[in-house]
Design a protein around this ligand. Structure first.
Ligand SMILES: C[S@@+](CC[C@H](N)C(=O)[O-])C[C@H]1O[C@@H](n2cnc3c(N)ncnc32)[C@H](O)[C@@H]1O
Length: 278
């Protein structure tokens, strides 16, 4: 019998985890505006006991722990958690812990008052079960606050390089917009229905657009977009793609990028989702 979320566990302990560990600084810089808007929406206080869902390499867990009583980062990826733990040690924070657990089924921090996440909630096989599991372990006045991506079309950092990749590489994988993955929560009515079925109240989604910084040069930006984003599945994951095709694609992406304006910026489009446990 397959373990639950097995594909995701393999991915995040394999190539996905590796891309996020090696790209941690690039990715955290690109997503800094999301961290800021998320922390503001979470309205964390010094008495909050926070659980960071799918905390990855720990940026948001560490940031929120600076304002909370305690923070637990939970994730399935051993390599990402190892980096998160060493970053928390370097920051000298004593109120942060990280645990390798599957949020869909596992025990979280008891009496969590705030469950939050930056892009760590879209990968569950059974999202209703996962959000019911989170809610069951919260105080009655507990809050939920997370960021998730809107559609690839609305995210220029995906749609622009994807249009170039498609000129060079055939991708026959039929897209399932609800399959676990970065864009599984793009549809706001689906998010509402999942949270409602899991028992959450006062569900609210606010759209936010922001500028993602992808580096100082077209070369750095093209590298980051291919290595760190969803394009990696097509471009890096397919061994049949020749070196010549790769080089032509990279050149095409570099030429299509907007001119540098103190860095290369592409639009990101997200939902900030909030809800109450009861
Ligand atoms: C896109 S990354 C975001 C990481 C981090 N929140 C950040 O913003 O840097 C998604 C994370 O969700 C984690 N994840 C996926 N499925 C999970 C599950 N069932 N339980 C816990 N973590 C999970 C992955 O291991 C990965 O670290």
């Amino acid at each position: 019998m397959l373990e639950i979320n097995q594909n995701q566990k393999e991915f995040w302990n394999g190539p996905g985890g590796e891309a996020w560990v090696t790209g941690q600084e690039t990715l955290d810089a690109a997503m800094r505006p999301v961290t800021e808007v998320l922390l503001k929406a979470a309205a964390v206080t010094s008495t909050d006991r926070v659980t960071d869902i799918g905390c990855g390499t720990g940026e948001t867990t560490i940031e929120i722990a600076k304002h909370a009583a305690s923070a637990l980062g939970v994730d399935v990826s051993a390599p990402m958690l190892a980096l998160a733990t060493s970053r928390a040690e370097q920051a000298g924070l004593a109120n942060v812990q990280f645990e390798q657990r599957d949020v869909q089924t596992a025990k979280l921090q008891p009496d969590t008052t705030l469950a939050m996440s930056r892009f760590g909630v879209m990968f569950f096989e059974d999202p209703v079960a996962a959000f019911a599991n989170i809610r069951a372990q919260m105080t009655s006045d507990g809050r939920l606050c997370f960021a998730c991506w809107k559609t690839p079309r609305e995210n220029t950092w995906v749609s622009l390089p994807m249009s170039i990749v498609r000129q060079h590489v055939q991708d026959d994988t039929p897209p399932d917009p609800h399959a676990p993955g970065p864009f599984a929560f793009a549809d706001d009515s689906r998010v509402r229905s999942i949270l409602d079925d899991a028992g959450w109240k006062d569900i609210d989604l606010v759209p936010v657009d922001f500028d993602m910084a992808w580096g100082d040069s077209p070369e750095a930006a093209a590298h980051g977009l291919i290595e760190r984003g969803p394009l990696r599945r097509i471009f890096v994951g397919d061994p049949s793609i020749t070196e010549e095709t790769k080089q032509a694609t990279i050149k095409g992406i570099q030429e299509a990028l907007p001119p540098s304006n103190g860095g290369i910026f592409l639009k990101g489009a997200i939902w900030i989702v909030t809800a109450k446990a009861s």
